[in-house]
Structure formats: structure tokens, C-alpha cells
Design a protein around this ligand. Structure first.
Ligand code: UDP
Ligand code: MG
Length: 345
């Protein structure tokens, strides 16, 4: 298609200094072969290593590189959000910096886009280099969320994907603080299609997601995209009330016909403890949602930017980054959080 079309690739990176050059080399090779106006936006998610220096060096060598640096580590979801807010192109691709998603697949994503799809997401067939436990828990999570979320979230699909301008603009309108991006991408809808690919092992470094983080991430996903746990608490309450009612009748009837020699301390304890446990569980579930409501209500900006290069003067007001004052590391630049947070919970 026309040369005038543009592509922006958003790359969130946290402590990826060792692998970033290799990544850029492979991406640049892909760019060179494309008939598009290409750009890559590296987002340094408050790395503690030399990631930012590598990004600066890459930007100095290659005019297609833009760099954003967050004021601290905000997590991958927000790093991606920062990059997506900055991006302004006909097609936007989100890709990990660790070379698990091969940049060489971008032309295939673009081919599907040209067929008329608004969102092309990468679905993994194999997860090379990942333990069986991670594969098992990931599969279980995708199955669960697939069942309880009214928004269909494709299984075995990470963040690696292409968004058409329309889908990208739509996504930018979702300003919720608890951002489960895989769900948000799906929520946008439009014409979506999958591209099945091999997910490679990490090029260097280690995964930033340990099991505790993944567990919290799973809770984030479930509470952001489903209210089924709340309903479950209701049903559980109903069920125990019913059982308690039947048990109560039995106790009364038994006392009427057989007298009451006051036994039953163990059963009493068991029932009290069981009900106490259930109540705490239900409270906990409600607390999860309440806590999320609490953070949403604070209306904080989603993230703060420390440095943006080059600053985008043409950015729409909603996503404009403050003008960059060179070397001014103290003043975090605030990206406007946009319209009132719409939660899809
Ligand atoms: N990442 C990030 N901020 C974080 C954690 C990770 O920007 O707090 C980036 C990371 O640099 C990588 C991508 O998110 O580019 C995926 O992270 P990772 O490879 O650790 O996750 P996994 O592939 O194991 O799910
Ligand atoms: Mg990875």
C-alpha cells in the first residue's frame, strides 16, 4: 500500500539493557524492508540497570527511535500505556523487549492488517523456555478468565499485537487504573484475528514476573473483567443459609423427639468456624473490589514521565506529554490521565 502509511512499535522495557541492542538490530532489519514510515518507541519502565543509556545510544544512532522514561517502575501494563499514549500511527504494534516475540513477525501482522483487520494478536503455540508449571498456570488462568469474563479474552495470547488506528484510539480512551491490558485490548472489539506463532525463550536476563506477581496479575485480570466472584459469594451465602436452615430443623426435631442431652460441642464448633471462614472469604472478595474502587476514585494519573525524547508537540491535548526540560530529572512530567476512569467491572 501507500508509502504514506505509518507504523509505530511500542516496546516496554524494564532492566533489559543487555538484550536491547540485539532487539533493535533485529527490529531495524525488519523496518528496513518495510514500505512504511516506521518508528519505534522504547519505554524505560524505571529500570535500575543501563537500559536508559542503551536507549539513548540507539536514539542517537537511529532517527526512527523515540524514548520515554517513566519516573519509576510502574509495571508493564502502564509502561505499555505510556508508549501507546505517545504513539501516533496508522498501525501500532506492541512487543516485548526480550525477543520472546520475534520482531520478524511484524510483516505478517501488517499483512493481516492490510486484509482489513483492526487488531491482530499473537497467539502462542509453544512456550519454549518456560517451565511446565508456568505453562500449566497460564493455561488454567486463560481458561478460567475465558469462562467468567463477559469480554472474550483470547487464550494463550500475550500483549504482542497490532492495533489499527481506530482500535488504538479506542484503547486510549480506557483510562482505568487497574489495567489488565490483555482484557482491554479485547474489550475494544472491532475486527480481530489471531496470528499463531512460536514464542521463543528470552534472549537474555530473566522474566520479571515471578509466581507471586503472576498470581496478583491473575486477580487483577479477574476482578477487572468479571464480577462472578461477587456473585459466587452470594450463592455461597445462599447455599450455607439453606444448609443451616435444614440443619436447624433437624436439631429442633431431634430435641423434640429424643430430648436434648446437650452433646454437640464439636459440631457446634465446626459450624461456627466454617461459617466464620465463609464470611471472611466473602468479605475478602468484596474487599478486593472495594479496594479497586478506592484506587479508581483517587483519579491519580496512570503514570508519570521523567523524560520524553523527542517531545511530541503535535500530540492531542489528552495525551500530550509536558515539554521536556533536558536533564531535569526531578520534575516528573505528568501525562494527563484523560477523562474520568471508566471501569468495565
Ligand atoms: N516489563 C516492564 N515493566 C515491568 C516488568 C516487565 O516494562 O515492570 C517488560 C519487560 O522488560 C519485557 C516485557 O515487559 O519487555 C515482558 O516482561 P517479561 O519478559 O519479564 O515477562 P514474561 O515474558 O516472562 O511474561
Ligand atoms: Mg518475556
Amino acid at each position: 500500500m501507500g508509502v504514506s502509511k505509518s507504523l509505530a512499535v511500542v516496546v516496554p522495557a524494564y532492566n533489559e539493557g543487555d538484550g536491547l541492542r540485539e532487539f533493535h538490530q533485529r527490529l531495524a532489519t525488519v523496518f528496513d524492508r518495510l514500505d512504511l514510515d516506521c518508528r519505534v518507541i522504547y519505554v524505560d519502565d524505571g529500570s535500575a540497570d543501563h537500559t536508559w543509556r542503551v536507549m539513548q545510544a540507539l536514539a542517537a544512532d537511529d532517527g526512527r527511535v523515540a524514548t520515554l522514561r517513566l519516573s519509576r517502575n510502574f509495571g508493564k501494563e502502564l509502561a505499555m500505556t505510556a508508549g501507546l499514549d505517545y504513539a501516533d500511527a496508522d498501525a501500532v504494534v506492541v512487543i516485548d523487549a526480550d525477543l520472546q516475540d520475534p520482531p520478524e513477525l511484524i510483516p505478517e501482522l501488517l499483512a493481516r492488517w492490510r486484509e482489513g483487520f483492526d487488531v491482530v494478536y499473537g497467539t502462542r503455540d509453544v512456550r519454549a523456555g518456560e517451565s511446565w508449571l508456568k505453562r500449566l498456570t497460564a493455561t488454567a488462568f486463560y481458561r478460567l478468565i475465558g469462562r467468567i469474563s463477559p469480554t472474550p479474552i483470547p487464550a494463550d495470547t500475550g500483549d504482542f499485537r497490532l492495533l489499527d488506528r481506530r482500535a488504538h484510539q479506542a484503547l486510549k480512551q480506557l483510562r482505568e487504573r487497574h489495567r489488565f491490558m490483555k482484557g482491554l485490548f479485547a474489550w475494544v472489539g472491532y475486527r480481530q484475528t489471531a496470528l499463531v506463532y512460536h514464542r521463543d525463550p528470552r534472549h537474555s536476563g530473566t522474566s520479571k514476573f515471578n509466581y507471586w506477581k503472576l498470581w496478583n496479575f491473575a486477580i487483577e485480570g479477574i476482578t477487572s473483567f468479571s464480577t462472578v466472584p461477587l456473585r459466587l459469594a452470594t450463592y455461597l451465602g445462599l447455599l450455607t443459609a439453606l444448609v443451616a436452615f435444614v440443619f436447624g430443623i433437624w436439631v429442633v426435631v431431634k430435641a423434640m423427639f429424643f430430648g436434648d442431652p446437650v452433646p454437640g460441642y464439636p459440631s457446634l464448633m465446626a459450624v461456627i468456624l466454617f461459617l466464620g471462614g465463609l464470611q471472611l472469604l466473602a468479605l475478602g472478595v468484596i474487599g478486593e473490589y472495594l479496594g479497586r474502587l478506592f484506587t479508581e476514585s483517587k483519579q491519580r494519573p496512570l503514570y508519570l514521565l521523567q523524560t520524553v525524547e523527542p517531545a511530541r508537540a503535535d500530540a492531542p491535548a489528552e495525551s500530550r506529554c509536558g515539554a521536556e526540560s533536558e536533564g531535569d530529572t526531578e520534575t516528573g512530567r505528568q501525562m494527563r490521565a484523560g477523562s474520568s476512569g471508566q471501569s468495565s467491572v
